[in-house]
Design a protein around this ligand. Structure first.
Ligand code: FES
Ligand SMILES: [Fe+2]
Length: 323
């Protein structure tokens, strides 16, 4: 049982109706019980029906099949038609908490509250997105952190407006459960998003954190100007679900734009990534079996694989790249 928190839904998605989410291939139902937000196995102990297809009534979840009801503690509280003492049936519950508009669950008993995003505790404006991609955790995490696909997959949007590239220094460093690449020397990405959002850029950091967090930080002369933190989880062999935070300082550019222009561009970029990852996933499944190559500018791939496998990333290294 893992003591890690996993971001599974946005708070606003769970209101009067129960919501089903997957955690490590197990179905969970989230609902607002009389005792607060509850997370439990989405399977009625009676005939294993989906509780999430039922309704929440009086703070209890009612199975759609025969109407058994369960409290937020997982205890069966009603069996319609039964007249005697209540037998003690219960559904397995999970630790659940809400932070900054996102619902986190854990199959274990974590001691600390969940990590939310790169600017937690600061005066920021936050936007949240959900994503679902046919791919694997490592491919989605790497895609988020990978600078070299932006010229092609996101041509014009993030990079690739001009064919001129600039040489950028890259420092890679990490520790137990994390690795990051720090890019310095690139003044601006030549794309519409950067033109709108950034002044002079001092550095960009792409970071992976256990258990599936990929984040990008854009640092300007006055500090961290914009960050995206994606919480990813593999829900079955071919699907990755994500909950993303987009954060910037209150009063900063993101706030100023009120995300009006940014939001559609961000969505477009996500869609472009989803499309290329899905087609690569389909293509990878064809014969003959093939192993993906880790290229010379794929700075984080091996370290992310090591962290996912529970090993340490490689010692710090420095590189150069033309972006
Ligand atoms: S299957 Fe849930 S009440 Fe019968
Ligand atoms: Fe991308």
């Amino acid at each position: 049982m893992s003591d890690d928190w996993q971001a599974v839904a946005l708070s606003r998605e769970v209101d009067r109706k129960p919501v089903r989410v997957m955690l490590d291939s197990a179905p969970l139902v989230l609902f607002r019980s009389g005792e607060g937000l509850a997370a439990m196995t989405d399977r009625c102990p009676h005939r294993l029906a989906e509780l999430s297809k039922g309704r929440v009534i009086g703070g209890e979840i009612e199975c759609p099949y025969h109407g058994w009801r369960f409290g937020g503690d997982g205890q069966c509280r009603a069996i319609p038609g039964h007249l005697g003492d209540m037998p003690r049936y219960r559904v397995k519950t999970y630790r659940v908490t809400e932070c900054e508009g996102v619902i986190f669950v854990s199959a274990g008993a974590p001691v600390d509250p969940p990590y939310t995003h790169a600017m937690a505790g600061q005066n920021v404006i936050v936007r949240r997105v959900r994503s679902s991609t046919q791919s694997t955790l490592i491919d989605v995490a790497e895609n988020i952190l990978d600078a070299t696909h932006t010229h092609y997959t996101h041509k014009g949007l993030l990079r690739g407006l001009s064919s001129k590239r600039q040489v950028v220094d890259v420092a890679v460093q990490g520790g137990a459960g994390w690795v990051e690449a720090i890019y310095t020397g690139e003044d601006k990405q030549q794309g519409a998003v950067s033109k709108l959002l950034e002044g002079q850029r001092v550095k960009t950091i792409g970071r992976y954190r256990h258990p599936g967090i990929a984040e990008l930080e854009y640092w300007g002369p006055k500090g961290l100007a914009l960050a995206t933190t994606f919480h990813l989880r593999q829900v079955d062999a071919r699907r990755v679900e994500g909950v993303g935070f987009l954060v910037g300082p209150r009063g900063g550019l993101l706030d100023y734009l009120k995300t009006l222009a940014f939001r559609p561009m961000f969505k477009l970029a996500l869609e472009q990534d989803r499309r290329v990852l899905r087609s690569a996933s389909d293509n990878a499944a064809l014969a003959p079996d093939a192993r993906a190559v880790v290229g010379p500018v794929d700075f984080l791939r091996d370290d992310i694989a090591a962290i996912i496998a529970g090993r340490l990333p490689a010692p710090p290294s420095t590189h150069q790249i033309a972006l």
